[in-house]
Write a protein that binds this ligand. Structure first.
Ligand code: ADP
Length: 188
């Protein structure tokens, strides 16, 4: 089973992905986590990515696609995967399908976690203030930009999957358990 978890920053994609990977023995692929690893490692790619991420902008499709291609061809993806934070542009979605086609794979379902914008802000700012976040991009100025970028570049991805009849939307304003129950209903 190959899934995409879709939603704005702070929607709870990471939390839900963790629940699903245990239950279905599939892997989570988070481009945000992968980029943060690159930053930590101090690689050239990491240095380049950090500058972009710190502004809340998107890393180039080219970089992201080459990361993804490498990742989904690893043996641990055999059972399936959950994409979290990817695809984030229309172009990434189209390119993903080309790669998957060539591997004889496909996306089964796209689950959109829908949340109220005000709640998003609060969630992320709480994450930052409770010090659970070591993320440099969890502050209000950058967050505003991340949400602008989401609306402009990432929302068109939804239309792509809606047309393919793969899109399922759930209410992300409920508690973690309820959200995950709803997701399970969709995929089982
Ligand atoms: P969010 O909380 O916004 O979902 P992520 O952890 O997914 O954050 O991503 C953090 C940052 O990493 C993004 O703001 C962006 O700069 C970069 N990034 C992550 N995934 C992608 C992607 N698929 N395409 C371009 N940039 C990405």
């Amino acid at each position: 089973m190959n899934l995409i978890l879709f939603g704005p920053p702070g929607a709870g994609k990471g939390t839900q992905a963790k629940i699903l990977i245990e239950r279905f023995n599939i892997v989570q692929i988070s481009t945000g986590d992968m980029l943060r690893e690159e930053v930590k490692s101090g690689s050239d790619l990491g240095k380049l990515a950090k500058e972009i991420m710190d502004k809340g902008n998107l890393v180039s499709d080219e970089i992201i696609m080459s990361m993804i291609k490498k990742r989904i061809t690893k043996p641990d993806c055999e059972n399936g995967f959950i994409l979290d934070g990817f695809p984030r542009t229309y172009n990434q979605a189209v390119n993903l399908d080309t790669i998957l086609n060539s591997l004889n794979l496909k996306i089964d379902k796209v689950i959109e976690i829908n949340v109220d914008e005000k709640l998003l802000f609060q969630r992320i700012l709480n994450r930052a203030s409770e010090n659970q976040s070591t993320r440099d991009d969890d502050n209000s100025e950058i967050l505003k930009n991340r949400i602008i970028v989401y609306k402009k570049d990432t929302l068109p991805v939804l239309e792509y999957y809606r047309k393919l009849n793969k899109l399922y939307t759930i209410d992300g304003m409920q508690n973690i358990e309820e959200v995950s129950k709803n997701i399970l209903k969709i995929i089982s």
